[in-house]
Design a protein around this ligand. Structure first.
Ligand code: NAD
Ligand code: UFG
Length: 337
């Protein structure tokens, strides 16, 4: 089966392409490289022995999408392409709505015209806003606290409307919790451009000497050690969640919503300690005020994914840290240009 993978050169998309190839699917990557490097394609080939087809382009380019869909018989789409930095979305809301929401409209129009109606969408636990309790179930109320989150929520709503209007569509909304980790080979991982926004790449950059210390945002949360708790999930498990969702979606119309997490929360200090074990040395940190907009605790109830997809996260916190460290220490500056 041919799977069009928008954003397939990015962190989660590229590792999902490796798993797709290993599972016997044929990914076709569609990416404009606005937040990724071309060398990732070589790494996919090195790991799998197969070079995925690459179409370099923007999902807002209807002509190129139409050409792509005419040239290749696409069975399903995994739609990763999007901008993802919360702070940047506050500063540049229009760019986020245009790329994430507008880009998805263009993609959907092209898919509708081509009769491709199976789509897996990269959503986020951010659509739960500040949850009333944890663990979070898929039917919890949704809300957004920033433009990035609103692009995810708006896209989810548009996709649900499309299924409502045309029941031939199969749409799967995958709400990721906190993806971390790297391919166990150390050849592929997260390569943030500029200053990272997320905890794990920041810790990894301290470990490799690119940053002096980690700033812990708040130690006065109502959690066991006072620092924020999140559901960190290994990117390899997340990639496998997409394969399970794809197998589930094919031939099953409707809107399907799944949390992809481990079902367990880990604190900031817990992550730091685990990474110190992985890299074998203490890592400097300082405590600062809470980061505005942060929630105290956020982790998934994963029972629905386990029941309906037959999928659970298998890798441990030790795996997440060891694999991140292998990737970071052997590629201290990320992918080459
Ligand atoms: P990423 O930035 O590494 O990958 C996104 C890819 O999409 C990049 O390769 C980028 O070049 C491409 N892209 C962006 N806009 C495009 C456009 N208009 N046309 C074509 N390509 C375009 O991000 P990621 O961490 O791999 O995330 C993938 C998806 O998962 C995103 O939609 C993101 O919002 C979502 N998500 C990520 C996280 C996370 O913490 N990483 C959490 C929840 C949801
Ligand atoms: N943190 C620090 N110091 C840092 C960075 C983060 O202490 O320098 C803490 C945060 O306060 C939080 C935890 O580490 O407690 C995780 O922070 P991340 O920024 O890595 O992750 P978030 O859960 O805050 O945000 C992520 C994505 C968002 C998404 C959200 C919900 O970055 O895009 O999950 O899915 F919206």
């Amino acid at each position: 089966m041919n799977i069009l993978v928008t954003g397939g050169a990015g962190y989660i998309g590229s590792i999902t392409c490796v798993r797709l190839i290993e599972a016997g699917f044929t990914p076709i990557i569609f990416d404009n490289f606005c937040n990724s490097k071309r060398t990732v394609i070589d790494r996919i080939e090195r790991i799998t022995g197969k070079r995925p087809l690459l179409i370099e382009g923007d999902i807002r380019d209807r002509t190129l999408l139409d050409q792509t869909l005419a040239q290749h018989k696409i069975d399903a789409v995994i739609h990763f392409a999007g901008l993802k930095a919360v702070g940047e979305s506050v500063a540049k809301p229009l760019a986020y709505y245009e790329n994430n929401v507008g880009g998805t409209f263009t993609l959907l129009q092209a898919l509708e015209a081509a009769g491709v109606r199976t789509l897996i969408f990269s959503s986020s636990a951010t659509v739960y806003g500040d949850p009333a309790s944890v663990p979070i179930l898929e039917d919890f109320p949704t809300g957004a606290t920033n433009p990035y989150g609103r692009t995810k929520l708006m896209t989810e709503e548009v996709l649900s409307d499309i299924v409502h209007a045309n029941p031939a569509w199969s749409v799967t909304l995958l709400r990721y919790f906190n993806p971390v980790g790297a391919h166990p080979s150390g050849l592929m991982g997260e390569d943030p451009q500029g200053i990272p926004n997320n905890l794990m790449p920041l810790i990894a950059q301290v470990a490799v000497g690119r940053r002096e210390k980690l700033t812990v945002f708040g130690n006065d949360y109502p959690t066991p050690d006072g620092t924020g708790m999140r559901d960190y999930i290994h990117v390899m498990d997340l990639a496998d969640g997409h394969i399970a969702a794809l197998r589930h979606a094919i031939g099953k119309p409707g809107t399907h919503i799944f949390n992809l997490g481990t079902g367990r929360g880990q604190s900031v200090l817990g992550m730091l300690t685990a990474f110190e074990r992985a890299c074998g040395r203490p890592l400097a940190h300082t405590i600062a005020a809470r980061r505005p907009g942060d929630v105290a605790a956020c982790w998934a109830d994963t029972a629905k994914a386990e029941r309906e997809l037959g999928w659970t996260a298998k890798l441990s916190l030790e795996d997440m840290c060891a694999d991140t460290w292998r990737w970071q220490s052997s590629n201290p500056n990320g992918y080459a240009d």
